[in-house]
Write a protein that binds this ligand. Sequence first.
Ligand SMILES: [Zn+2]
Length: 120
Amino acid sequence: MEKKRYKHARICICRKCQGTGTVTQYASEDILHMNPKTVACDLCNCNGRVLVDSVTTTTIKPLQYGKDYLIKYSAELLEAAVQISVMLNELKDQLPTNDSFIRRVDMLNIVINKSLENIK
Ligand SMILES: [Zn+2]
């Protein structure tokens, strides 16, 4: 099933120029942005306002067990995650000790534990 949601045209502030009608540009060779150049905004044509309408399409279809990749291979994905976790544990002494790495390893282990609980 497909649902379409229409939003009627409305006046909005131009997001490209923040309603100013002009945009600051820099030449590609001006890496340090030393020479700003003010140019007309090509999205709103210098008005600072734009007319926006939209259509959102939502698709709803039955879940097909075995056909949808993540479900079909969920056992294999869990097994792969467990193997990575085991490997990380074996290499514990050689791994980075920064917060973001440790947080990701913790998250991996939490996901594995939750998945294993769901199987029981
Ligand atoms: Zn604009």
